[in-house]
Unconditional design. Structure first.
Length: 433
């Protein structure tokens, strides 16, 4: 029986990872230009962290978490993180960051886990990069996180995104809107799907997010939270939209946008990308002003977003006309060592160590291949230099250095070869003896 990777979990082979690394490098560069410092937290967290933050009546907590623990010791229950915002809030509090400074800008790259039905762009182990700016209620910061999300996509060469924006208000607006929503939905309960009927009971705002065509006519007739925002929330939202406008960042107001996590307050947004098909959300985020206090910290305004790296990669693939996820990958070397006879393999092996210690990528044959096959390997690995160990040169403590680019060769003492390569590779014309 062939053992395969678990459903919805992908291997990343070196060819694919080479593209991932480029994306990660660009993400890191843009994050640094906006003043974010990197943070890493564990893959596993206490289950209660997600139940209390993401919310008990959300799909993530109800159906999608990978939870481990003992039935008779629920306090020991741990969960593979389905998202990284709550873990970062936990880490900030655990390390008393707000006692040191009231404001922190943190970014992350890492795996997250949700037991969803796998399909293109929807995995059970996926990766996110994201930011969390903690310690400010300023609506300008909301706009800056959106600007940053757009800047990342643009740095990656993705330009067809749409930003959908809404405000979900604060606890006060939501309490009154909840009553209105339930009143207006009650007569139509028979006409919405079973999930919506269950959301009606448990978390009525989530009805607004139902994607089923059969529910849309009912949902489209529902009132918008925009009409129920309190004066403070309306003012906050007006500054967010005005700031985006001033900075020329296009967005589409979407009064039906609600997010699948309960911790949001006021600003929520989603970035969609047209070529992604059914899973077209490339990123999402918003403000969560109650979360730090919920976990025992001081009242702290906070806002952030996360993007799915797999979805970013799919968008880039589509733009590049499709890519083979398992494409072969060469890790090139600068120097390849060839041996003319078996007895010279040990000295060549020792010499490889000297080359590598000088920071020069180097490789050699371990299979006793013919000289011709060794040279083919040097070509395949795109070596610029071949060091040829032959018995005659070796007897004089020397070897032949071949430049593959210039098609030239010279015999040099072993001690001089590394310096000669370094001199040539840094563009110097200086020759060592
Ligand atoms: P989220 O919308 O649940 O938000 O996830 C953010 C992004 O992660 C999505 O837009 C999508 O690109 C990617 N993603 C989510 N689930 C999957 C999946 N099963 N397979 C592949 N990609 C997926 C959050 O996680 C919030 N913590 C974002 C946030 C940060 N809000 C404030 N700060």
């Amino acid at each position: 029986m062939k053992i395969k990777a678990p459903a919805g979990m992908e291997d990343l082979l070196p060819g694919r990872l080479a593209h991932w690394r480029k994306v990660e490098d660009k993400v890191r560069r843009v994050m640094a230009t906006y003043g974010y410092g990197e943070i890493r937290t564990p893959m596993l967290e206490a289950t209660s962290l997600f139940v209390r933050s993401v919310g008990e009546a959300t799909d993530i907590v109800e159906k999608e978490m990978y939870t481990f623990g003992h039935a008779n010791a629920p306090e020991d229950s741990v969960t593979l993180r389905p998202e990284l915002t709550a873990p970062i809030v936990r880490a900030c509090l655990e390390h008393s960051l707000f006692a040191k400074r009231p404001f922190h800008k943190l970014f992350y790259l890492g795996a997250a886990f949700r037991r969803e039905r796998p399909q293109k762009g929807r995995l059970r182990q996926f990766h996110q990069f994201g930011v969390e700016a903690l310690g400010s209620h300023s609506p300008v910061l909301d706009a800056e996180t959106i600007e940053l999300a757009v800047a990342v996509l643009e740095a990656l060469g993705l330009r067809e995104h749409t930003v959908r924006l809404n405000s979900t208000g604060c606890a006060t607006c939501r309490n009154s809107f909840r009553v209105v929503l339930r009143e207006r939905l009650t007569p139509d309960l028979e006409r919405v799907c079973e999930d919506c009927r269950s959301r009606f009971e448990r978390n009525v705002f989530r009805v607004l997010d139902c994607k089923r065509d059969s529910c849309r006519p009912v949902i489209q007739r529902l009132p918008s939270i925009q009409e129920h925002l309190c004066a403070d929330c309306r003012g906050h939202h007006a500054v967010v939209t005005a700031t985006l406008g001033e900075h020329g960042i296009p967005f589409t107001p979407d009064p039906l946008l609600v997010r699948g996590l309960d911790y949001y307050t006021r600003t929520v947004y989603e970035l969609t990308y047209p070529t992604l098909g059914a899973q077209n959300a490339i990123g999402g985020g918003g403000r969560y002003d109650n979360l730090v206090a919920e976990f025992g910290g001081p009242p702290t305004g906070a806002v952030g977003f996360a993007m799915g790296i797999e979805r970013v990669m799919l968008a880039l693939d589509a733009q590049a006309g499709g890519r083979d996820a398992n494409e072969d990958h060469i890790t090139p070397v600068a120097v390849y060592l060839c041996t003319v006879e078996d007895a010279l393999r040990a000295p060549a092996f020792a010499f490889a160590r000297r080359v590598r210690q000088a920071g020069i990528p180097c490789d050699l044959d371990f299979e006793g291949k013919s000289l011709k096959a060794q040279m083919r390997n040097a070509d395949r690995l795109r070596a610029r230099w071949v060091v040829m160990f032959g018995p005659e040169e070796w007897s004089r403590g020397a070897a032949k250095l071949k430049s593959m680019q210039e098609k030239s060769e010279e015999t040099l003492p072993l001690d001089a070869i590394v310096a000669r390569i370094q001199a040539a590779d840094t563009g110097s014309t200086a020759r060592t003896p």
